[in-house]
Design a protein. Structure first.
Lengths: 258, 235
C-alpha cells in the first residue's frame, strides 16, 4: 500500500499490554483476552488509517512520520496505565513441556503460539493468493490507479489491508505476552526484527518474509547462545545492510518496476 | 447518444490541460482522438473514466451525469479504460489479472465463460495463464490489458495508445482485434499517436490541439484534410 507503519511494534506492545491488564490483572481468560487484544489493536489501526494514512497518502514520508508520533503516544499511554516500573510478566496459561525424542523440549505455551502463528500465516497466505480480495489488495499495492480502473474501491481495500495487518499485530502481542517481558518499549525489538526480516526477505513478498523470519530466528538464537543478545541484534542489522548492498530487492523481492 | 462529453475543462494544479473539449460516441460506435503529445488526449480519457475530474463541463453516459463519480463506480456503469502503458498487475498471474477485470461482478458462471472467451480470443494468454504477467512481452501485456478490460463486460472501451512501442505485426493484430470487439457491439474510443491507423479503424475522428478540439469529422474526410495530412499523417 506504500504505507510504512513505524508504530507496528507498539501495536504488538498494546496487544501484550491488553493481555497483562485483562488476563493477569483482572482474571479474564487467556483466549478472550487475546480476542480483546485483537479488537483493540485493530481499532487503533483503523483509526490510524482514517486519520493519518489516508490524508497523507500522496506523501508516504508524512504517513511514516505520523506513525512515529503514534509510536510515542502508545508508549506513553502504556506507561500511564502500567506505570514505568519493572517489566510485567504474564504467567503462562499453558503449563508443562512437550518432550520429543528425549532431547527436544518445547513448553506447551510455545507449542500453542507456534500452532496459532502457523494457522494465521496460512490463512493470510490463502487470503492474499487465493481470494479475489487478496488479489485486489496486491493490485492496489502495485498500481492504485489501475486497480481503480478495475472497479476496485481502493479506499476500502486500504482499510482491509490495515485491518488485517493490525489484527495480526494484536494477535502477535497476545501470543508473546506470556513469553516475554512486557514494558512500554518492547515494541522496539519487534520493529527492528520486522524491518530486518522484511528487507532481507524482500519488500512485499510474503514467502520471502517467512523464509527470512525463519533464517533470522535461527541465526539470532545461535548468535545469542554463543555470543550474547546484543551482538545478535547488531549482527542482524549488519546482515540487513549487507543484503541491501548486495541484493537490494531482498531474497524473494520482485524487481522494482519503472 | 451513449457517451456525451460537453465542454469539459480539466486543470492539473494551475495548468489547464483541457480547455473545453466536447465529443460523443454512440452505441457500437468507433471514434478516435488524435493529436500530438500533450494535446490532452490521455487527460480526456482519464476524465471520462473518473481518474480526473473536470472543473467545468459535464460528461453524460447513458443519460446520467458521471463526471463527479469515482473511477470504480464508472467502471460498474459500463466504461472500461485500457490505460496508457498497459498498467497490468505485474506480480499477479495472467488469470488473476483477468479475474480482477471482473472484480465488480458476482455471476461466477458467466465470469468463467468470459474468461474462456478471452482465452479463446487471445490464445497466447491461454498458453501463459499461470505465468506472472510481468514476464510477458509488450504485445502480450497489451492484450492482457485489453482482455482485462473486456472482463467487466463494458459498453464502452477507452483505449490509450494501445500500439505504443509494439512491432508493426502486433499493431496489426491489435487493430484487427479492436474491429472485432467493436463488431460485437462494444463502443470504442481510441486515443492514438498513430493517426493513420486510428483514422483507418474509426468512423469519426477528433483532432486535439493544446486542450481544444481543433477539428472533427468523419474519419475518411479527416484523412483527406490538408492540415491533418500535413501535421499527423506526414504526407
Amino acid at each position: 500500500m506504500g504505507v510504512v507503519n513505524f508504530a507496528h511494534g507498539e501495536l504488538v506492545m498494546a496487544g501484550a499490554f491488553t493481555i497483562w491488564l485483562l488476563h493477569a490483572q483482572f482474571g479474564l481468560g487467556y483466549i478472550p483476552a487475546i480476542a480483546a487484544a485483537i479488537v483493540l489493536v485493530t481499532a487503533i489501526g483503523l483509526l490510524m488509517e482514517r486519520l493519518l494514512f489516508r490524508p497523507t497518502r500522496s506523501d508516504p514520508l508524512a504517513g511514516l512520520i505520523c506513525s512515529i508520533g503514534v509510536l510515542f503516544i502508545l508508549q506513553v499511554i502504556a506507561a500511564l496505565i502500567g506505570g514505568d516500573g519493572p517489566s510485567k510478566q504474564v504467567p503462562p496459561p499453558f503449563h508443562g513441556t512437550l518432550v520429543m525424542f528425549d532431547v527436544l523440549r518445547i513448553p506447551y505455551q510455545r507449542v500453542f503460539s507456534l500452532i496459532i502463528s502457523a494457522a494465521a500465516l496460512g490463512t493470510l497466505w490463502f487470503f492474499l493468493t487465493r481470494s479475489k480480495f487478496g488479489w485486489a489488495l496486491r493490485a492496489v499495492a502495485m498500481d492504485r490507479e489501475a486497480a481503480e480502473l478495475q472497479g476496485i474501491n481502493t479506499d476500502r481495500i486500504s482499510v482491509i489491508a490495515i485491518g488485517v495487518g493490525t489484527a495480526l499485530a494484536g494477535l502477535a502481542g497476545g501470543l508473546i505476552a506470556p513469553l516475554t517481558n512486557i514494558n512500554p518499549h518492547m515494541g522496539h525489538n519487534v520493529i527492528v526484527t520486522a524491518f530486518i526480516v522484511t528487507i532481507v526477505g524482500g519488500v512485499g513478498s510474503l514467502s520471502g518474509a517467512v523464509l527470512a523470519a525463519i533464517l533470522y530466528a535461527v541465526f539470532h538464537t545461535l548468535v545469542t547462545v554463543y555470543f550474547g543478545g546484543t551482538i545478535a541484534t547488531i549482527s542482524g542489522l549488519v546482515l540487513m545492510v549487507i543484503v541491501l548492498i548486495v541484493k537490494p530487492t531482498g531474497l524473494m523481492g520482485a524487481k522494482v518496476s519503472e | 447518444m451513449l457517451l456525451q462529453v460537453n465542454d469539459i475543462h480539466v486543470h492539473y494544479g494551475q495548468v489547464a490541460a483541457l480547455k473545453g473539449v466536447s465529443l460523443e460516441a454512440g452505441e457500437a460506435d468507433f471514434v478516435t482522438l488524435i493529436g500530438s503529445n500533450g494535446a490532452g488526449k490521455s487527460t480526456t480519457l482519464r476524465t471520462i473514466s473518473g481518474l480526473n475530474h473536470p472543473s467545468a463541463g459535464e460528461i453524460i453516459f447513458d443519460g446520467q451525469r458521471i463526471d463527479h463519480l469515482s473511477a470504480d463506480k464508472i467502471l460498474k456503469m459500463g466504461i472500461a479504460h485500457v490505460p496508457e502503458g498497459r498498467r497490468i498487475f505485474k506480480d499477479l498471474t495472467v488469470t488473476e489479472n483477468l479475474l480482477l477485470g471482473a472484480f465488480t461482478r458476482d455471476d461466477q458462471a458467466e465470469i468463467r465463460k468470459d474468461l474462456a472467451g478471452v482465452f479463446e480470443r487471445f490464445p497466447r494468454l491461454n498458453e501463459r495463464k499461470n505465468q506472472t504477467a510481468g514476464t510477458m512481452s509488450g504485445g502480450e501485456q497489451q492484450m492482457l490489458s485489453i482482455g482485462r478490460a473486456l472482463m467487466s463486460r463494458p459498453r464502452i472501451l477507452l483505449l490509450d495508445e494501445p500500439s505504443l512501442g509494439l512491432a508493426p505485426v502486433i499493431v496489426r493484430e491489435i487493430a484487427h482485434l479492436l474491429t472485432e470487439i467493436n463488431k460485437q457491439g462494444v463502443s470504442i474510443v481510441l486515443v492514438e499517436q498513430n493517426a493513420e491507423l486510428a483514422l483507418e479503424l474509426s468512423r469519426h475522428g477528433y483532432v486535439l490541439e493544446t486542450g481544444n478540439v481543433a477539428l472533427e469529422g468523419e474519419a475518411a474526410s479527416l484523412m483527406d484534410n490538408d492540415h491533418v495530412r500535413k501535421a499527423y499523417l506526414g504526407i
